[in-house]
Structure formats: C-alpha cells, structure tokens
Write a protein that binds this ligand. Structure first.
Ligand SMILES: Cc1ncc(C[n+]2csc(CCOP(=O)(O)OP(=O)(O)O)c2C)c(N)n1
Length: 276
C-alpha cells in the first residue's frame, strides 16, 4: 500500500475503534489511537501473516504486549479477514470471545496478553524457537512506554542480545502517558534509546504517526546484524481526535454521544485531507 492508501486506512481504523468502544461502553481509547498507525503499517506492509497462513509455522509473529489496546488489534484483524467485522459488535458482551484483552480464542491473535510485561519475554522465546527450527520468520512485539518498568522486560532485553536475536523487533508506542499520569512521573524510563543500546540492542526513533517513516524503519530490519532491533515510535495518546490528544482522561475514557459525533466529524475531515 502506498502512503495515501495507508493514511486513509488509518483514519478508517480510528473511526472503527471508536465505534466499537462506544458499542461496548468500554475500551482503551487513547492508547488504541496512538498505536493504530503502527498496526496499520505492520499488517498492511510488513507482516507475512494472513488468515490463510495463520497455522503455518513460517508465518511472522506479532504479539501485542500492550494488550489493553485490543480494540486497535481487533479492528485490523477484522479488516484483514481473520473474522467478520460484525463480530466486534459483541465486544465486551456476555459470553463473547471479543473481550478487553487479546485472547487466542479470537482468530489471528498470536498470544494472550494484557498483564503488562509479558509480550517481550514471549517474543524472545519465539525468536529463539525460530533459530532452533531454522525458520526465517520474524517476531514483532508492541509495548507501551508505561509498560516498560515491568522487570520482565529487562530480563528479556538482556536475553535477546545475549542470543543475538536479530530476528526480533520490539516497538515502543511512546505516547508518554500511562494509566495514572505521565510515564516520566510515574516511573521514568528515559533515555530509552540509551538504555536499550546499553543492553545490546540497535535502536531507531521515528514519528509513530508517519506511515512512510514506519515503513522505512521496518524495511531496514535488522538495524544491525546480530542485534535485536527496537523502534521507538514517538506518538500522541488519543491521536486523531483533538480533544482526546495528550489527555489522561482518555486512557480508558469512552466518548458520550456528542463527543462521539464530534470525533467522527474530525476524522471525516482528516479523511478528506488524506484523499487529496
Ligand atoms: C502487570 C500489570 N500491571 C498493571 C496493569 C494495569 N494497566 C493497564 S494499562 C496500564 C498503563 C500502561 O501504559 P502504557 O503501556 O504506556 O499504555 P498506553 O499509554 O500505550 O495505553 C496499566 C498500568 C496491567 N495491565 N498489567
């Protein structure tokens, strides 16, 4: 997909994220809107994953460690044909498999996540398995910057460089806010690039809403032979809806009727800009 097509797709995904969060009256709005451009580029440009090859041992693995932003993942999986989009009308309803965190009961979900700090360790295991099985698939995991204080991430980061896992790519959706406040105030992880480099990783920072920059970063993997790669995606929590941007309230805020209509109007306006 070219830049314009990806940008239009992102706007469409943002509208659907809001639609299903409003329908469920629950969800992680801000963090889903911050990571959706990353998921868009992953699923429409990078990953060798489809409903047809999902049981193949050769498929790429995508593990969404920031599992609370499952709405972004579900919307993209539906778009890629893993399940009919109408299924999302059952999001968070009694007995639905479409719950508030990824579960393998949903087609296309690689791992159950949601307890933060698990995606990177599981991804390291998958990347080691690829080596042992002599497979060329890549493993990708998406983390939040507020997730990084979990100690398991740093054990995994050490292990990844120890085993020279250059088939592993972690992406940090660095929207600088977490659940209770700015990440820098809750538990500062900056300077993130220096920390990961000192753990033996190769690091690139990009604008996480610039689909072209994301494509270029993913296309140049591994950043260094013999090292795991980290993409620091600088993003805005709530991106695309002005009154949701950079606001803690929207970590798991659900828009009311008027807010939803206003958000859709804004997104429709940005769709027109994306078309030109
Ligand atoms: C082990 C664990 N501790 C606490 C939580 C509760 N929790 C849910 S979201 C969140 C903040 C995560 O922040 P970040 O990773 O930056 O997410 P984003 O801002 O991208 O939504 C927390 C602490 C959790 N899901 N798992």
């Amino acid at each position: 997909m070219n830049k314009k097509e990806l940008e239009k797709r992102s706007v469409e995904y943002r509208k659907r994220i809001l639609k299903y969060i409003v329908g469920a009256n629950a969800g992680h709005t801000g963090g889903s809107l911050s990571c959706i451009d990353i998921l868009n580029v992953l699923y429409n440009h990078v990953l060798n994953v489809s409903p047809q090859n999902f049981t193949s041992p050769d498929r790429d693995r995508y593990i969404q460690s920031k599992g609370h932003c499952v709405e972004a993942l579900f919307v993209v999986l539906a778009d890629k044909g893993f399940f009919p989009e109408e299924h999302l009308e059952t999001l968070c309803k009694y007995q639905s498999h479409y719950i508030g965190h990824p579960t393998k009961k949903v087609n296309g979900v690689e791992q159950n996540t949601g307890a933060l700090g698990h995606g990177l360790p599981i991804s390291v295991g998958n990347a080691i398995a690829a080596r042992l099985d002599k497979k060329s698939y890549r493993v990708y995991t998406l983390m939040g910057d507020g997730e990084l204080p979990e100690g398991s991430n740093w054990e995994a980061a050490l292990t990844a460089s120890h085993y020279k896992l250059d088939n592993l790519c972690a992406i940090v959706d660095k929207n600088t806010l977490q659940i209770t406040g700015p990440t820098a105030q809750v538990c500062n992880t900056d300077p993130l690039d220096e920390k990961f480099k000192s753990f033996g990783w190769a690091v690139q920072s990009v604008d996480g809403h610039d689909v072209e920059a994301l494509k270029n970063a993913f296309d140049s993997l591994p950043f260094e032979s013999g090292k795991p790669s980290l993409i620091i995606a600088n993003t805005i929590k709530g991106k695309g809806v002005s009154f949701m941007e950079n606001s803690i309230k929207w970590h798991h805020g659900v828009p009311g009727k008027e807010e939803y209509e206003l958000a859709l109007r804004e997104l429709d306006n940005s769709m027109q800009k994306a078309v030109i």
